[in-house]
Design a protein around this ligand. Structure first.
Ligand code: FAD
Length: 644
């Protein structure tokens, strides 16, 4: 194999969204030489697309808010499957992370008396989302980038080089976490533009790669969300949890087809927008589940009064958690009461003056005008569910973000599992990535500082990673009877489309046993064909090659989703089974754990790659349970837990 360049760092952060940048800042501030590597341009991550805001119980708009209320809302939203310690740390630390952003230069919208304004969102008892219009993620990323530049300027003054202690490798992709003697030793990477391979050596690697949406056909996610971090963790020997829980955001654009899936922010409903069916009915009043009955308005009049007087009225059911709203929209469309293009109507035009809409929802106004020729100040939008977020991810220690079972590996942000249980509340991702991004950076730095003998990736592992990355260029050479199967080379784009269609149709918003079994069969077939995913041309900026590499990751995570979804015989949060429609308390404390089934794929890619097991969740600390009324706990906890 050709010589592969190596560079030594203390901490490598994979991903430059909110979680990655926050981790990198913390590691660098702890004195560690830190490398950040990202697949796309620096600044272009999902975080930049976030619209609605950051959930943090600062109590600026309603003084009743505090971390305990935020904790309660988060656990309810996740239907009590959340790792309680993560939910606790998140609720306690989110306000500090928002204030910290302000000290670093973030300019949030203000209340009339000058405090950081907070807006309503589904599932949050009080207005809680700190925001910047509907472009909050842009400000978050801008602020973190500015902080990074200021740290680099300080390093230039001290060491004479901007990237002496903090360097960003943009448009570079990690394909393997490298290990030596069971411990993390670095990352194998390629540069998109040149196709050049290189190794970043480090004792600590933080995964902050975001989600998996590109495995589904209709999604709000962009091209980078191919589940890379999830797959990298599995391949390194870590475990994933909660993979059956995929969030379908209730409101994506449905028309025109070229923009299907693009997000319509929840702020539209938070600020007063209502959902109607083709008969003009505000149908969400028909879909309030029993567990939420006491908390939501039963009439339109009460729901409308809540916007002005939230202390004396209950919130409208348009602001139920996302899973409830997405299922309701799905049911209305199925019942023949949908909009002309297969969604429902979301209306702000009759609810707010045009200038208020343009001021509070500038991106939505622009998005619909430009992409669908719809003026949302004058007519309703058409919306429907879109794959948006994965609750499942790398199993981590709640306090340190260390990945289970792989010393030196950490994970934060959307790629980490546990925090959101079965369903994430809107706004809780931006706060999650700040809280746990910081923790991951801090603990990765501590780990690296304590690593006296640094593991160095061996030549054999580097060669294997290189050979794996190059395989798409020799796919046509594969001979029948070879370990990787014979047959003609496969087009990676065709394979990707088939994968997306299968996941959308068979493991989508409403799931059935037979369909998921069929999905697993199709995934097995795709896996065999993906071994022959072939590309032509050279390594310089070859998107077909990049996709062929990404397919490995999407197939791995899709199998996790399908296997776990088939196993969980109940409906909870982002997992709805048509054949098991009720939430079952016996599943409340069960996590489904996915691990790599060693060696099987090489021998026969048609066999599953994933080993699935059940693990009981740790008991919730009694003082945290004490924050809930007994009558509420009865709806969620098992009898054994209640008797304890
Ligand atoms: P990201 O911000 O996606 O960053 C992932 C990074 O990893 C990128 O830099 C990517 O290039 C890099 N990467 C991936 N794979 C590799 C690889 N193999 N090698 C190198 N680099 C890699 N949440 C909220 O809380 N509030 C909101 O208002 C909100 N609005 C949203 C609106 C939209 C349209 C979308 C799509 C999401 C929204 N979310 C919101 C969710 C939230 O934005 C994401 O969950 C969050 O930003 C994820 O952050 P992250 O840092 O984990 O990942």
């Amino acid at each position: 194999m050709a010589h592969v360049d190596r560079q030594a760092w203390d901490v490598v952060v994979v991903g430059a969204g909110g979680a990655g940048l926050r981790a990198a800042i913390e590691a660098r501030e702890a004195g560690m030489r830190t490398a950040v590597i990202c697949k796309s341009l620096f600044g272009k991550a999902h975080t930049v697309m976030a619209e609605g805001g950051i959930a943090a119980s600062m109590g600026n708009v309603n003084e009743g808010d505090n971390w305990q209320v935020h904790f309660r809302d988060t656990m309810r939203g996740g239907k009590f499957l959340n790792h309680w310690r993560m939910a606790e740390l998140h609720a306690r630390e989110a306000p500090d992370r928002v204030w910290e952003l302000e000290t670093w230069g973030a300019l949030f919208d203000r209340t009339p008396d000058g405090r950081i304004s907070q807006r309503n969102f589904g599932g949050h008892e009080y207005p809680r989302l700190a925001h910047v219009g509907d472009r909050t993620g842009l400000e978050l990323i801008r602020t973190l980038q500015q902080k990074i530049v200021s740290l680099q300027q300080a390093d230039e003054r001290e060491f004479g080089a901007y990237d002496a202690r903090l360097k960003v490798f943009q448009e570079c992709t990690v394909t393997r976490v490298l290990k030596e003697e069971g411990k993390v030793a670095g990352a194998f990477c390629y540069e998109r533009e040149s196709g050049r391979f290189f190794v970043l050596e480090a004792p600590a690697v933080v995964l902050a790669t975001g989600g998996i949406g590109k495995s589904f056909k209709v999604t709000s996610n962009s091209w980078e969300y191919t589940g890379d971090g999830h797959a990298l963790a599995l391949l390194a020997g870590a475990s994933l949890i909660n993979m059956e829980f995929v969030q379908f955001h209730p409101t994506g654009m449905v028309w025109p087809p070229s923009v299907k899936g693009i997000l319509v922010t929840e702020s539209v409903r938070g600020d007063g927008g209502v959902l109607r069916n083709s008969e003009g009915r505000r149908f969400m009043f028909d879909y309030i589940p029993d567990v939420f009955k006491e908390k939501y308005a039963q009439t339109e009049a009460e729901g409308d009064r809540w916007y002005e007087d939230p202390d004396n009225n209950r919130r409208p059911p348009e602001l139920l958690p996302r899973d409830e709203v997405a299922r309701a929209i799905n049911a209305e469309v199925k019942a023949g009461r949908g909009s002309p293009h297969g969604g429902v109507f979301l209306d702000v035009s009759t609810r707010m003056p045009a200038e208020v809409i343009k001021r509070r929802l500038p991106s939505m106004h622009h998005q619909f005008k430009e992409l669908a020729d719809v003026d949302i100040t004058a007519e309703p939008m058409e919306v429907g569910p879109t794959c948006h977020y994965v609750m499942g991810g790398v199993e981590v220690d709640p306090d340190t973000a260390a990945a289970n079972g792989v010393p030196g590996l950490f994970a934060a942000g959307e790629v980490a599992g546990g925090m959101h249980g079965s369903n994430r509340l809107g706004g809780n991702s931006l706060s999650d990535l700040l809280v746990f991004g910081r923790r991951a950076g801090l603990h990765a730095a501590e780990y690296a500082a304590a690593a006296t003998a640094r593991p160095v990736p061996g030549e054999r592992e580097v060669d294997a990673a290189e050979a794996e990355a190059l395989r798409p260029f020799s796919a046509e050479d594969e001979q029948p009877g070879a370990v990787h199967d014979g047959g003609p080379a496969e087009n990676p784009y065709t394979l990707h489309q088939e994968l997306q269609q299968a996941m959308n149709d068979l493991v989508g918003i409403i799931r059935r046993e037979g369909e998921m079994a069929e999905a697993l069969k199709r995934l097995a077939g795709l896996r065999v064909r993906a071994r022959r995913a072939g590309v032509e041309g050279h390594r310089q900026y070859n998107p077909g090659w990049h996709l062929a590499i990404d397919l490995r990751n999407m197939l791995l995570v899709s199998e996790c989703v399908a296997r776990a979804a088939l196993e969980r015989e109940e409906s909870r949060g982002g997992h709805t089974r048509d054949d098991h429609p009720a939430m079952d308390r016996r599943w409340r404390n069960i996590n489904l754990v996915c691990e790599l089934a060693d060696g099987r794929t090489e021998a026969d890619p048609a066999l599953g790659q994933i080993r699935l097991s059940r693990r009981e969740t740790p008991p919730i600390r009694p003082d945290l349970l004490g924050l809930f009324a007994k009558e509420e706990l009865v709806k969620y906890l098992t009898d054994e837990e209640l008797s304890r």
